[in-house]
Write a protein of this length. Structure first.
Length: 117
């Protein structure tokens, strides 16, 4: 399968090696913390994509306190996406469609999964 995704073992290793800083509480409208918007915007720029606009920043850093579970998943997903192999593959596919796909992935699908945290 050509588009089957990254090998699982390196992804699991990266998950196990998640630095404590990436697990700190995220910034919300009510509290300062790790800015998921800044990390995401930097990641998009690293891929050669357009960084977050003001509205997109506020969707992350302006989230309500009860959305911290979602923001924790966003931070974890960003850590995994920063892995060398995955980041290199994404860089090769950089396009407006990839940007939309990344924002979509980090949006509602992770919000839906955050309800179990």
């Amino acid at each position: 399968m050509k588009d089957s995704g990254p090998p699982l073992a390196p992804l699991l290793r990266r998950l196990a090696d998640t630095p404590a800083e990436w697990m700190l509480p995220a910034t919300t409208a009510a509290a300062e913390g790790v800015s998921s918007a800044a990390l995401l915007s930097d990641f998009l720029e690293d891929l050669g994509l357009i960084p977050l606009n003001e509205k997109e920043v506020s969707a992350f850093d302006g989230a309500k306190a009860d959305q911290r579970g979602w923001l924790a998943l966003v931070l974890l997903a960003l850590w995994l996406l920063h892995g060398d192999q995955l980041k290199a593959e994404l860089s090769q596919r950089a396009s407006p469609e990839l940007r939309r796909s990344l924002l979509n992935l980090l949006g509602q699908p992770l919000r839906d999964r955050a309800s179990v945290l």
